[in-house]
Design a protein around this ligand. Structure first.
Ligand code: TTP
Length: 394
């Protein structure tokens, strides 16, 4: 079974993090986001992976090469992002049998994908409390009878998670859908045609996370860091303490006086300490530096980023090559207890999280004693002045 993985997206809702990395390549635990989808597809029995690439395509190609975990890999290019059906159609030349299509920015439990591969036609269905923002299925005795987008009055609580097993004839239908109201060629319109033609099974998905916005990158890391088994291949000082599920990759160092509470990952080339406190689900990327007197909690620190002295950073995402001046402090909680808001595509939106810190784009730099308010987004290359309180995006 061929698995088509849609990875051409730019990830505009993830900006500024996606200014230096395409969304599918953002780090989630010890691999890029899309590698989790690829791994799940391989575990489910995919005999070929076809990545549909576009934005920063070379980053995806360089990572997966011609073969991944023993499975041949092909690439199809989508030059313009005209929708998910348009993206899958780019892989048409590889589709001469029934096939699976997966969003490259969603995390699924592996059992769900295995079940999806075994049944055709089938879709993944995940149960949510409030289905109104999603594509919602009508389901009768395990068979999908309809899908409606963002309904005011949802027919069920089971929603589409971007995982489809289509029969061979649907490959031709990928190019036969009309543009939707939002101007895209939608794979859900292909699904609607399959639903009309055949009995489509609703495969229960136990766990799912769509990773579109910065706090979802934190949630993705919370999920996947918790699945890592403790192993220490780097250098850990005898007076450092690693508690719980902590991974220190070969080539990483942890200095004296450091306490790391798992789940946490310290990637190769990173160095931590002396005297740092790392807790929550924290990801410290390749060649990052976390120095003296720094506390990091539930944070993603991407590669080559520096948090050298006396800082607190909680529930935040620091992009690549960020530098925090000594004493930079991050707020991650509102005094009124309401969920923290942040900016997505120019709009203030609720993260739904009581605790959320900041998003720092690649190459952002704070000066000494900068205070960053909860929900602030620093754009790529942004700077602050010494002692500044940053209350608005920069
Ligand atoms: P989206 O999350 O809707 O799009 P995106 O990844 O570009 O992100 P944003 O909305 O923040 O800009 O896409 C769902 C999946 O489909 C994702 O894996 C990207 C992929 N995709 C394509 O490959 N080509 C396309 O034309 C579109 C619209 C999506």
């Amino acid at each position: 079974m061929h698995a088509v993985i849609l990875a051409a997206g730019e990830g505009t809702r993830m900006r500024p993090l996606t200014e230096s990395i395409p969304k599918p390549m953002l780090p989630v635990a010890d691999r890029p986001l899309v590698a989790h989808t690829a791994d799940a597809a391989v575990a489910a029995g995919a005999d070929r992976l076809v990545f549909v690439v576009g934005y920063e395509a070379d980053r995806v190609r360089d990572h997966f090469g011609e073969s991944y975990r023993g499975v041949p890999v092909a690439y199809a290019t989508q030059d313009e992002q005209l929708g998910t059906a348009h993206a899958a159609a780019a892989a048409r030349e590889y589709l001469d049998d029934d096939f699976v299509v997966l969003n490259g920015d969603d995390l699924y439990d592996e059992d769900a994908l295995t079940a999806l591969f075994e049944q055709c036609p089938a879709v993944g269905a995940y149960t949510v409390e409030d289905p109104r923002p999603y594509g919602v299925f009508s389901i009768d005795d395990g068979v999908v009878t309809d899908i409606v987008e963002k309904p005011a009055d949802p027919p069920s609580s089971r929603v589409n998670v971007g995982a489809y097993h289509f029969p061979a004839e649907a490959a031709d239908w990928l190019t036969e859908v009309d543009r939707s109201d939002r101007g895209e060629y939608e794979i859900t319109d292909v699904l609607a045609r399959v639903i009309d033609a055949a009995e489509v099974s609703a495969v229960p998905v136990r766990r799912w996370l769509g990773v579109g916005r910065p706090w979802e990158l934190l949630e993705a890391n919370e999920w996947k860091l918790a699945e890592l088994d403790r192993h220490v291949d780097g250098e850990v000082h005898e007076r450092a303490e690693l508690r719980g599920s902590v991974v220190v990759e070969a080539g990483a160092t942890v200095d004296a006086g450091v306490v790391v509470e798992g789940p946490a990952l310290i990637r190769s080339g990173a160095d931590v300490g002396p005297n740092a406190y790392v807790r929550g689900a924290t990801h410290i990327g390749q060649n990052a530096h976390v120095g003296n007197g720094v506390e990091l909690k539930n944070t993603v620190v991407m590669r080559e980023t520096n948090v050298p002295h006396l800082s607190y950073v909680g529930d935040s995402v620091l992009g690549e090559r960020v530098n925090l001046g000594a004493g930079t402090q991050v707020a991650n909680l509102r005094h009124d207890g309401e969920p923290v808001e942040t900016t997505v595509k120019g709009e203030r939106v609720s993260t739904g999280r009581r605790k959320f810190g900041v998003v720092a784009g690649p190459d952002a730099k704070t000066a000494i004693n900068t205070s960053l308010n909860a929900g602030v987004v620093l754009s790529a290359g942004a700077t602050t002045t010494p002692g500044e309180s940053v209350l608005r995006d920069r």
